[in-house]
Design a protein around this ligand. Structure first.
Ligand code: FES
Ligand SMILES: [Fe+2]
Length: 381
C-alpha cells in the first residue's frame, strides 16, 4: 500500500510541536508541521503564539526575528506582528508622505500548552475548539505522575512509526533486550477514529521489568494499544503506559514525543518501591539505560524501512497482521478527508493573500504618484 507511505496527516487535530520548557519567554523557534514552516514564539508575558514562518513583506522567515513584548518582529525591516498574525507596526515610512496604515496579515495557528508540550492546530482554525487534546488522566489530577519525556526524530513516514509501535510482531528486532516476547494478537477493534489492539505477551523477561517493575514483572502479560488518530498509546494493566505524539514533518521525517507513564518502580534487588520525589531520577536512569537504547533499535530499523520503501515503492508489501491493515486504512481515510476539506480553504486563502498584496502595493504606488508633481496619475494606470 504505497499510497499510505506518501499520504499526509490531517491538520484538523492538535499536534505537539515542542516541549514547553524549550521555549523561553522572549524566544522564537522554527517548527515544521508537514512541510509547513511555523514560527513559534513565547511573548514576554509567557503566552505562546504560532505564526506562519513568513514575513508578508519579503517572505523572510519570522523565526529569525525577535520577540518584543507581545509581538514578533521581522529582522529585516522591522515589521511587527501580533499573536493573531496582524502586522501592527512598520518601522519605516509607509510610502512617501503616506499615513494610512495598510491592512496586512499572515496566518496564525491556535496554540495550547499541556502535558509539558506545546500543541498547535494546523488545519481549519474554526474547528480547533471542537477538537479535544488527548485525555491523559494520569497527568491531569492534583497528583500527576512524574514523567521524563523523550523525543526522537526518525527518518520515516509517520504511518511506519504507528505500525512499528503497535505491531508486536517485531519482537524479533528486540530479541536481545526482550521488552516483550511471544506476542499473540487477542483482539483489534475500531471505534470511531481509534483502533484498539490487545496482545497477550510476557513482559517479565526484560532486564528493566525484572529489576525495577512491581514483583519483577510477574503478571504483566497483557497490553492494550491504541492508534487514536493521530496519536498512539499503550497500557499494561493500568500500571505502565505510554503516549506517542507524532509531529509529521514530511514524507520521510517524523519527530516523536514519547511520554512514558511508569507506575510502581522498585529499587533493584531490594524490592522497595521508589518514593515519588525520587521517581524523576529513576525515570532518567531507565531512559538512559533501557528506553533510549530500545528506541534506537526502532529508529534504525524504521529508517532502513523508509529507504527500502523508496527503493522499491512499486513492489507490493505483504502484511500478515490484520491490525496493521486497519491502521493503514485509518491513516489514508483521514488524509483524504483532510485533503478534500482543505482544497477550498487553501484556494480562498491564496486569493485573499493576492488581494492583500495588491491593495498594499496600490497604496504605495498611489502615494508615489501623489508625491511626484507633473506625473499624470490616470495615465500611469
Ligand atoms: S522582509 Fe520582513 S520586514 Fe521586510
Ligand atoms: Fe520496537
Amino acid at each position: 500500500m504505497a499510497e499510505v507511505r506518501r499520504s499526509g496527516p490531517s491538520g484538523n487535530f492538535w499536534y505537539a510541536v515542542e516541549f514547553a520548557n524549550k521555549l523561553r519567554r522572549g524566544q522564537v523557534i522554527a517548527v515544521v508541521w508537514w512541510k509547513t514552516a511555523i514560527a513559534l514564539y513565547r511573548d514576554e508575558a509567557g503566552k505562546p503564539s504560532a505564526l506562519e514562518d513568513r514575513c508578508a513583506h519579503r517572505q523572510l522567515p519570522l523565526s529569525c526575528g525577535r520577540v518584543e513584548g507581545e509581538r514578533l518582529v521581522c529582522q529585516y525591516h522591522g515589521w511587527k506582528y501580533d499573536g493573531a498574525g496582524r502586522c501592527v507596526e512598520i518601522s519605516h515610512e509607509l510610502g512617501k508622505g503616506r499615513q494610512k496604515f495598510p491592512k496586512i496579515g499572515i496566518r496564525s495557528y491556535p496554540v495550547k500548552e499541556r502535558y509539558g508540550l506545546i500543541w498547535i492546530f494546523p488545519g481549519d482554525p474554526e474547528l480547533a475548539d471542537t477538537v479535544p487534546l488527548p485525555e491523559i488522566p494520569e497527568l491531569s489530577g492534583p497528583k500527576p505522575w512524574p514523567i521524563v519525556p523523550i523525543d526522537v526524530t526518525i527518518g520515516a513516514h509517520f504511518s511506519m512509526i504507528v505500525e512499528n509501535v503497535c505491531d508486536f510482531n517485531h519482537a524479533y528486532l528486540h530479541r536481545h533486550k526482550q521488552p516483550f516476547v511471544d506476542p499473540t494478537l487477542s483482539e483489534y477493534t475500531r471505534v470511531g477514529d481509534t483502533i484498539h489492539v490487545t496482545y497477550q505477551t510476557s513482559f517479565a523477561k526484560s532486564m528493566i521489568a525484572k529489576l525495577a517493575s512491581e514483583n519483577g514483572g510477574k503478571g504483566l502479560d497483557r497490553i492494550k494499544l491504541w492508534y487514536q488518530y493521530p496519536y498512539q498509546g499503550s497500557d499494561i494493566l493500568g500500571k505502565y503506559l505510554h503516549w506517542l505524539f507524532m509531529l509529521p514533518i514530511d514524507e520521510r521525517t517524523t519527530r516523536c514525543f514519547f511520554v512514558f507513564l511508569f507506575g510502581p518502580i522498585e529499587i533493584p534487588f531490594l524490592r522497595w518501591t521508589i518514593p515519588r520525589p525520587l521517581k524523576p531520577l529513576a525515570l532518567r536512569l531507565a531512559n538512559l539505560l533501557y528506553v533510549e537504547p530500545l528506541l534506537a533499535e526502532d529508529k534504525f530499523i524504521l529508517e532502513a524501512e523508509q529507504a527500502g520503501f523508496e527503493r522499491h515503492a512499486d513492489r507490493p508489501m505483504i502484511e500478515l497482521n490484520p491490525a496493521v491493515i486497519e491502521f493503514q486504512k485509518l491513516t489514508l481515510e483521514k488524509a483524504r478527508e483532510y485533503q478534500t476539506s482543505e482544497l477550498t480553504r487553501s484556494l480562498r486563502r491564496r486569493q485573499a493573500e493576492s488581494e492583500q498584496a495588491a491593495r498594499a502595493s496600490a497604496l504605495a504606488e498611489e502615494s508615489l504618484l501623489e508625491a511626484a508633481p507633473g506625473v499624470d496619475a490616470s495615465a500611469a494606470q
